[in-house]
Design a protein around this ligand. Structure first.
Ligand SMILES: NC(=O)c1ccc[n+]([C@@H]2O[C@H](COP(=O)([O-])OP(=O)(O)OC[C@H]3O[C@@H](n4cnc5c(N)ncnc54)[C@H](OP(=O)(O)O)[C@@H]3O)[C@@H](O)[C@H]2O)c1
Length: 242
């Protein structure tokens, strides 16, 4: 798939899966507006993409727990482009530990704020730019933890709360934005292996039925969903765990 005519916003692209997405989508020709909590992290990934010969990539700071930072991010992107075709809500803080008492109040607030409030405010701020696109998609990296009844993860209860909030938000958003042609696509992966897209491992990681889910396959799911004709509103990807 070529993404030459796509302008894509990705949150939390300074490392791990967000970085993988930024690098792969830029490789496919997209103009990428990537953010990370620290500007330095975003600029490092921007420079990695520049080094691959892609100049249409821009780096921004965005702390998803800070409404002003989200607003600044959207305003800064709007100074470069009058439309966004794909918004990828990738950012969300992880919090480990199945014991409710194990996390501080501050960590609980930060986890729910980055994943839940941060996602709602990011979509709110970028919606005007999405509505200027003729192919607008909102993609959200939820988690199996956002599936009703899920209990297999050792993530903290606050992470379950954040992911359940993302799931509830995207569920209603999908229905409410459909009349305006905005597709809302959510992924509910279990733990997955995320190889460095610039390493040999990215190409050689086994992806057979006995293997755990990979970041490569999740990138492929996103590309599949956004490539469908506009009457095809794929709402969600759920995955059988090994
Ligand atoms: N990896 C998995 O197995 C898995 C499974 C299911 C779902 N997911 C979801 O998929 C997405 C990407 O996963 P991942 O493995 O790449 O996540 P990760 O390794 O846990 O990284 C979390 C990302 O979120 C960023 N972040 C945390 N708090 C933030 C804040 N307040 N403002 C802005 N950014 C913030 C981090 O930035 P810093 O570098 O600044 O900390 C980092 O880039 C996440 O939404 C995650 O919940 C992951």
């Amino acid at each position: 798939m070529k993404l030459d005519n796509y302008r894509v916003v990705i949150t939390a692209a300074g490392r791990d899966f967000g970085r993988s997405l930024a690098i792969r989508l830029a490789d496919l020709g997209a103009e990428v507006f990537l953010s990370a909590r620290s500007l330095a992290a975003a600029e490092r990934v921007r420079d990695e993409i520049h080094d691959r010969g892609h100049q249409r990539v821009h780096a921004f700071a965005c702390d998803l727990t800070d409404p002003a930072s989200i607003s600044d991010f959207a305003s800064s992107v709007a100074r470069h482009t009058d439309r966004v075709d794909i918004l990828i809500n990738n950012g969300s803080r992880y919090l480990d530990g199945p014991d409710l008492q194990s996390a501080s109040d501050a960590d609980i607030i930060d986890t729910i704020s980055s994943g839940a409030t941060g996602t709602v405010l990011t979509v709110k701020r970028f919606l005007p730019l999405l509505l200027n696109s003729d192919k607008p998609d909102v993609v959200t990296m939820v988690s199996a933890c956002g599936t009703a009844g899920h209990h297999r993860s050792d993530a903290h209860d606050a992470f379950y709360a954040a992911k359940s909030a993302q799931a509830g938000f995207t569920e209603i958003l999908s229905k409410r934005l459909r009349p305006q042609g905005v597709r809302v696509i959510s992924l509910y992966p279990p733990d997955f292996d995320n190889a460095d897209p610039l390493s040999e491992e990215w190409k050689t990681t086994p992806r057979e039925s006995k293997d755990p889910l990979t970041g490569q396959s999740l990138v492929d799911c996103i590309l599949f969903a956004v490539a469908q004709p506009r009457d095809c509103f794929i709402k969600a990807f759920h995955f059988e765990q090994v």
